[in-house]
Design a protein around this ligand. Structure first.
Ligand SMILES: NC(=O)c1ccc[n+]([C@@H]2O[C@H](COP(=O)([O-])OP(=O)(O)OC[C@H]3O[C@@H](n4cnc5c(N)ncnc54)[C@H](OP(=O)(O)O)[C@@H]3O)[C@@H](O)[C@H]2O)c1
Length: 458
């Protein structure tokens, strides 16, 4: 049997506590899966007097990062403090000290992935991060290893459990956004300050990490167009339902060659398998986070509550779906420990060296604005209840070569008087042209409030 692998946990809160529990309670299981014992040697926290619910021997706990990182019996440093300042220093110091690193910190990876991975390559050590995206769902391994024979052509993910919980409560129980958010906070699904979850930032960080693995692009979070659910009106959830759709917050990556349901410029029809696309057809990827209308029957539309799910289109395999608990103590710790086992076995080091993540070696994709993606659109206007309004809107859309698939307008009395909601569903149009039309529609005197619009997933 190989030597014992020593672990230092930096951070022992929700996730760290779960990791400590697994390391302490399942020693035999971990040793048999790794071919060597795995031992928790150090635990670093902010406040040593805090009560911890896992049975960590007191003598392992300290506030001394450097002592843990430089302990010669520690081989792997697990960063679980979160944030991007101290966490970055911990990771860089650990790599410089010759330790492998495991982290669940998507914000840090999205912000400084390039620097951290360069440091790891220089130190000939690895950085593992399965838990950083979708908690307990093994999407990093799926993209980086299991689908390695494919070129991924599109990704659609429900990557933020808090938002999905709120949207499910709004759709199924008719709650307002504020009431659904309060319930998510009460049940521990949302932080006291839920901004990063509900404004799409958290999903954008995770999409940046997935895009790096699937397309080799180092997208900075600000390069990802983002719209959250914090401005979503319950009226749109009701109209979407009436049309047969569910609204989900999706993190999406579309390539120029995607042959899937929504088409990017240069893409082929649905019937035309992406498998037949020449590699040269794939030269750009558009990344965005936004509420999207999905048919009730769509697989992703059926992902409820705080769950995460990711649909990956590969050029050879077709469509694959990964679903599971996207956060929480057990699921996230499960992924962190899987990374530790991979390092214990020696797999992670080899994969890391071969994959060249966040390197300057470009895999041929450029990041393009989501304006180039073609989609159908849901457009909801509040308009004066007067003749000619629909004709004006239709003309503006026609000027941008956008045709209408259906229109829903309720009687004024039914919708509470003027202005009245007018819902239009379009056929496929390029996002950029649709937005040009929107500007003109918003300028109409009969339009009472800025237009609300969402892409449609079919
Ligand atoms: N929670 C989830 O479900 C989840 C899911 C996926 C990924 N993640 C990621 O996992 C990481 C940890 O999240 P968490 O929810 O476990 O956070 P948490 O519950 O707030 O725990 C943070 C831990 O870090 C310690 N800490 C904070 N600053 C420190 C410092 N300067 N030096 C030493 N220790 C410090 C805290 O010490 P004290 O205990 O003494 O305060 C605490 O033990 C984050 O990057 C997060 O994004 C979390």
């Amino acid at each position: 049997m190989l030597d014992t692998l020593g672990i230092a946990l930096i951070g022992c809160g929700t996730v760290g506590g779960g990791v400590a529990d697994i390391l302490l309670r399942h020693k035999d299981r971990l040793a048999s899966r790794s071919g060597r014992p795995i031992a928790l040697r150090r635990v670093v926290v902010r406040d040593t007097s805090k009560l911890r619910d896992s049975a960590i021997p007191k003598e392992l706990i300290s506030t001394d990062h450097a002592a843990a990182i430089h302990d010669p019996t520690v081989h792997v440093v697990v960063e679980l403090i979160g944030g991007t300042t101290t966490a970055k220093k911990v990771v860089l110091d650990a790599l410089a000290a010759g330790k492998h690193v495991v982290t669940a910190n998507k914000a840090l990876l999205a912000d400084a992935g390039h620097e951290l991975f360069e440091a790891a390559r220089k130190a000939e050590r690895c950085v593992c991060f399965e838990a950083a995206v979708a908690g307990g769902v093994p999407i990093i391994r799926a993209l980086g290893e299991s689908l390695a024979a494919n070129q991924v052509t599109a990704i659609q993910g429900i990557l933020n459990g808090t938002s999905n919980f709120i949207l499910t409560a709004m759709a199924e129980r008719g709650m307002s956004y504020a009431v659904a958010l309060a319930e998510a906070q009460k049940l521990g699904y949302a932080e006291a300050d839920p901004t990063l979850d509900v404004d799409g930032s958290d999903a954008a960080h995770k999409l940046a990490v997935l895009a790096q693995i699937a397309f080799g692009v180092a997208a900075r979070p600000h390069e990802i167009q983002r719209q959250g659910i914090d401005t979503l009106d319950a009226m749109d959830i009701r109209f979407a339902d009436e049309l047969g759709y569910t609204i989900k917050l999706l993190a999406e990556a579309w390539t120029s060659g995607e042959g899937g349901r929504r088409k990017a410029e240069g893409g082929k029809d649905e019937t035309d398998s992406a498998f037949r696309l020449p590699p040269s057809a794939l030269n750009w990827v558009a990344l965005h986070v936004a509420p999207v209308l999905l048919r009730h029957t769509d697989l992703l539309a059926q992902v409820r509550g705080a769950y995460n799910a990711i649909l990956v289109h590969g050029d050879i395999v077709g469509e694959t779906l990964y679903q599971g608990p996207g956060a929480g103590r057990g699921p996230t710790a499960s992924s962190v420990v899987a990374d530790i086992i991979d390092i214990a076995v020696g797999r992670a080091q080899r994969t890391f060296a071969a994959a060249q993540l966040w390197s300057t070696a470009n895999k041929g994709f450029a990041i393009e604005p989501a304006e180039r993606v073609r989609s159908r659109f849901y457009l909801r206007l509040l308009v004066a209840d007067k003749p000619g309004v629909l004709a004006d809107v239709t003309r503006i859309l026609a000027d941008e070569e956008i045709s209408i698939s259906s229109v829903v307008q309720h009687e004024a009395a039914e919708s509470g008087g003027s202005p009245v909601p007018l819902v239009i569903v379009t056929h496929y149009a390029e996002t950029g042209r649709f937005k040009t039309a929107l500007k003109k529609i918003n300028a109409l005197a009969t339009v009472a409030a800025p237009a609300v619009f969402f892409s449609m997933g079919d």
